[in-house]
Design a protein around this ligand. Sequence first.
Ligand code: HEC
Length: 164
Amino acid sequence: MSDPPADTYAGGTADIVIVMSQLPKIQRHRWLTWPRLCAAAVLSLAGICLIGLATVFALAPGDPVRGEQIYQRCFACHAIDRDRTGPRHAGLFGRAAGSVPNFPYSAAMKKAGVSGLVWNDETLNAFLESPTTYIPGTRMGYAGIKDPQERADLIAYLKKATQQ
Ligand code: HEC
């Protein structure tokens, strides 16, 4: 029952043979040369790859409303306007890492700031993904946020909230 009838298969093979035998005729069209066919195939493949890459990397723009909810995870140690276990986040964007006066940063965080680390979309995205990988030796005891969309949302919220 499950095997296809033998003539279906033979028909399929015959179709392929017919298509193959047509190829030299197709080639006779002056503009449809093999190099052009190959170039078209390569370009199509490249196009498909690009679309794939774009889908992987293009995130929806961060949503500050969802980001505010994600910031609840930071509240254990941070506030926007005052230091707690972690430094205040007010004025975070454009600020050198480890630069809130009188906050007892780790040596690693201070060193990162002195070496030129400034908080912006990119550096926050990398730090928040895995704080201890981005700044080995940081005192921020937080595993990180693995979901790129959650990080984008959180950063969109921080950008708004830390400017006020
Ligand atoms: C368990 C406590 C804790 C949690 C939870 C936590 N942090 Fe931190 N955070 C810290 C500490 C402590 C530091 C200072 C780190 C150092 O000096 O190495 C810090 C530093 C930072 C810095 C660097 C600030 C500066 O002035 O250079 C940023 C940015 C930051 N945290 C963002 C966040 C965000 C966003 C979250 C939530 C996703 C979060 N943190 C969750 C404790 C925490």
